[in-house]
Design a protein around this ligand. Structure first.
Ligand SMILES: [Mg+2]
Length: 316
């Protein structure tokens, strides 16, 4: 649905801020608790139970286009943040949301967006406790989410020799996965409870950029590229061309799977536990090695940085 109308009829500027907020509150329904925890005061009064906080956004024509269902855009905004909580081994708690609205933004679009956000919030037991609406030339929304983790998983904490793994197939997310993905909260929680896991992050910018971020400054991510599981969409988009497929799994981004490091001596026992819990294996895609002066990402087949591999670099 195109969110931007051609005239004021049905736009947010026709109904005004107060009516728009009332419609958003109605659309959020049970996803927003009663005041003082929910909408209606200057701040939300929340329980001091969180030790994680994250913030992520969706911007029109960058993270969604005019073809996207507004409900899926609302859910995506929350799921991007849920994926970050999953990456830390956390459970989500409360969210506040800011909407940046052009004057000709469709009020119906906002209502459907809020309904999609609310359904996702109820699915994952997140309370939408407040927010803001601001006029802006470009349509965008930003959400801040708190969470709690008993043992937060971090980046840059793995050791040379640890095995690199991913929770699911990569590449081709432009075909729809970037809107319909499931944040890996159960997997992240399971990872956080096992001492053999030394580092974790979610894959949003592409493995080529994210794997060196997980490795940190002193280690290199050595990838067995042929072992990286491609999504069905990546296989279709690249029509079996091995070079294009490698590019797709390394660089497409918005995979929202978890990338994690496991101590080599603990991985077989952990894999048995994982399969018992989830009924399917994770994927071993390489290992971490001392970096020295070399690149942070290495193709194990050549011993060099993969050709043309770069993840999504923001602001370039
Ligand atoms: Mg992340």
């Amino acid at each position: 649905m195109n969110p931007i109308l051609t005239d004021r009829k049905g736009s947010v500027s026709e109904i005004g801020e107060s009516a728009l907020i009332a419609r958003i509150k109605a659309a959020l329904g049970e996803a927003t608790p009663p005041t003082p925890r929910g909408m209606g005061d200057d701040c939300a009064v929340v329980e001091p139970r969180a030790n994680l906080i994250t913030c992520d956004s969706v911007v029109h024509m960058k993270h969604f286009d005019d073809e996207a269902d507004p409900e899926l855009v609302g859910a995506k905004l929350l799921k991007r943040n849920l994926s970050d909580i999953a990456a830390m081994g956390g459970v989500p708690c409360d969210a506040v949301v800011a909407l940046f609205a052009p004057p000709l933004l469709s009020a119906e679009w906002v209502e459907r967006f809020a309904k999609g956000l609310a359904k996702c919030a109820l699915d994952y037991s997140v309370a939408i406790v407040g927010g803001d609406v601001a006029e802006c030339p470009t349509l965008a929304a930003s959400l801040t989410l708190t969470g709690r983790a008993r043992r937060p998983l971090t980046r840059g904490t793995a050791n040379a020799g640890d095995i690199l793994c991913v929770t699911g197939p990569l590449g081709g997310s432009i075909r729809g996965h970037h809107l319909t993905f499931t944040p890996r909260l159960e997997q992240g929680l399971f990872l956080s409870m096992n001492g053999a896991i030394t580092a974790c992050m979610d894959l949003s910018d592409g493995l080529a950029k994210d794997a060196p971020a997980l490795a940190g400054e002193s280690l290199a991510a050595v990838l067995d590229i042929a072992d990286i599981p491609p999504s069905q969409e990546a296989l279709e988009l690249t029509e079996g061309d091995p070079e294009k497929l490698a590019q797709s799994v390394l660089c497409d981004g918005e995979d929202y799977e978890l990338l994690f490091a496991v101590r080599a001596e603990g991985i077989d026992a952990f894999e048995d536990d994982w399969i018992a819990r989830f009924g399917a294996p994770f994927f071993r895609i390489g290992r971490l090695a001392a970096r020295g002066d070399g690149p942070g990402l290495i193709d194990s087949a050549t011993g060099k940085a993969p050709a043309n591999a770069h993840g999504y670099e923001h602001l370039r």
